[in-house]
Write a protein that binds this ligand. Structure first.
Ligand SMILES: C[S@@+](CC[C@H](N)C(=O)[O-])C[C@H]1O[C@@H](n2cnc3c(N)ncnc32)[C@H](O)[C@@H]1O
Length: 243
């Protein structure tokens, strides 16, 4: 059985190597599962890979003035697009545990001249942000890479304001995956081995305290295979704007 720390090391090394890559992956790419072009909007002068598996931003309905946090922000594309949507008074914050990705994302913030985006080095199981500080949390193809998914969802819940929303695109499975896949470090970093059965994924979100969980889009797969979903949920309480 592969240990949580071995998974983290493998995932970090893998994405450090991808930080300088371009675009998305081809069909033969080992990251094919975590590589569906996201957020159709273009971002001039952006450099680096987009390694998502959905478009959480399309469903987050961000408003000017809001604070949005992207868990596992990679090269920063979605944070930068989100920052534009919440400008001029809002802010978008990306969290990623791979230094090379954070450096690439900061470089992209400078190249695209988007001033209200920031990138912090950190693990999403221990988010470096205070309680109740975000209006929306988004994430694109990251939670499957995390050994303790419940901890990541609990942290997302903690940093959201009452009434705040979570929108995640991620890889899930139809039933359990074969042990040989689950125990492959390479399959973890390719967004396959860490995929939870969809019912377990949705219950991890509910266990963290979220309500009104809704599946917004879903692929499909045969038993024992993986596919992508986009899920929205809410932290109970009144939306600050409605107070
Ligand atoms: C598949 S890529 C997706 C990147 C980005 N969301 C995108 O759509 O391009 C996964 C990213 O999650 C980061 N990551 C994986 N596990 C993490 C963790 N536990 N905490 C923070 N970041 C993590 C990796 O470093 C990598 O940048």
């Amino acid at each position: 059985m592969i240990s949580p720390d071995a998974i983290r090391m493998q995932v970090r090394e893998h994405y450090a190597g991808r930080a300088t890559g371009q675009g998305c992956c081809g069909a033969s790419d080992p990251d094919a599962a975590c590589c569906t072009p996201s957020a159709a909007e273009t971002l001039e002068h952006f450099e680096g890979p987009s390694l998502g598996c959905g478009s959480p931003l399309e469903h987050a309905q961000l408003r000017p003035g809001e604070i949005v946090v992207d868990l596992g922000s990679g090269a920063g594309r979605e944070v930068l697009l989100a920052a534009r949507q919440v400008s001029p008074t809002g802010r978008a914050v990306g969290i990623d545990m791979t230094p090379e990705m954070v450096w690439k994302a900061r470089d992209n913030a400078a190249r695209t001249a988007i001033p209200n985006a920031e990138f912090r080095l950190g693990e999403i199981e221990y988010i470096p942000l205070p309680d109740a500080s975000a209006d929306a949390v988004i994430s694109n193809c990251v939670i499957n890479l995390v050994p303790d998914k419940t901890a990541a969802f609990r942290e997302a819940y903690r940093i959201l304001k009452p009434g705040g929303r979570l929108v995640v695109s991620d890889i899930v499975s139809n039933g359990p995956l074969p042990d040989a896949v689950r125990n492959s470090a390479e399959a973890w970093s390719a967004c396959v081995a860490g995929a939870l059965d969809v019912a377990d994924y949705l219950s991890a979100i509910a266990r963290a305290g979220f309500v009104e969980t809704e599946t917004l889009s879903s692929g499909e797969a045969r038993k024992g295979q993986v596919y992508s979903v986009t899920v929205k949920a809410r932290k109970a309480g009144m939306e600050p704007a409605a107070l």
